[in-house]
Ligand binder design. Sequence first.
Ligand code: SF4
Length: 343
Amino acid sequence: MDKDLKNLTPERLQRLVEMFGQKAFQAGYLFTFIHQKGAADLDQITPLPKDFRHALRARGYVISTLTLRQQYADPDGTRKFAFDLPGGSRIETVCLRDGDRNTVCLSTQAGCRMGCVFCATGQLPFDRNLTAAEIVDQVYQVRSHCGAVHNVVYMGMGEPLDNLDAVMRSAALLNDENGANIGIRHITLSTCGLPAAIGTLAACDLRPRLAVSLHAPDDATRRKLMPVARKYPIDSIIAALRDYQRQTARRITVEYCLARAINDSDTHANRLVARLKGLKVNVNLIELNPFTGCPYEASPPKRIKAFAEVLKNAGLETAIRYRRGRRIQAACGQLGATQIKHP
Ligand code: SF4
């Protein structure tokens, strides 16, 4: 059995306490103290009998915690947290403040296998998947510095659907009313478009909101931005989204990052409208955030507005997401930028 108590669902904690000859309700103390009160050590869970705590420790059970290495604050209110993982990798987590509400952008992998060229994380070597405990602990650590967390977006380092089991378990832990109690509609998974995993997600009982990074309306343009487009043609992604919507009736967010003279013309916008026909979507247009070594530039603001107009005139719900946290390299596509080794 997994020895990290932070990884365990309430059901598995219950089996564990029974295995130790304890009453089932002790599992409730374990879960609440770890996920609601942020306990980082068994000794902080004082309602548990001392003998039981000692027995757990003697058998190697722990409550893992990420090591906070550095914090950054942008004058626009965005904060970034860098954590060291056992084994030496570093991940980053962002807290975006809107009025009195906090949205946390989570990392799911150390590095990323997808290699999107407009994304700093994609230039890092892939190290490993994060565990569910390492994913939820980002929320708990941000909560201890910034206050209550209202929304969670899996849009940080890594492709969430490439680590689906741990991601879905972490979403269930965050959603639990005895834990952080974050509503499932306040949790969003963002994917670069892995059709089979989108199908798996559609069949799950507990289903966060889905965001898909298209970034282009055709395969040739998409391949310039996302190597994964060579494996999954856009038709297969759109088909997976149609199936997803047929099964779930859920609205989907389409993310589209605009790169100057690459994917930002009116022709691209019109093709995107045609691609999305019949899907219930809202489109987020994102300003590209260049980093050292990024081959593309951001589209000029006027071009982004013109692109948005084409979509709006065609009846698509469209929003332009302006840069947040850019000065601390916490904006979309910038996470991990300081770790890139330049020749
Ligand atoms: S955009 Fe997302 S999927 Fe693409 S390389 Fe970056 S982290 Fe990975």
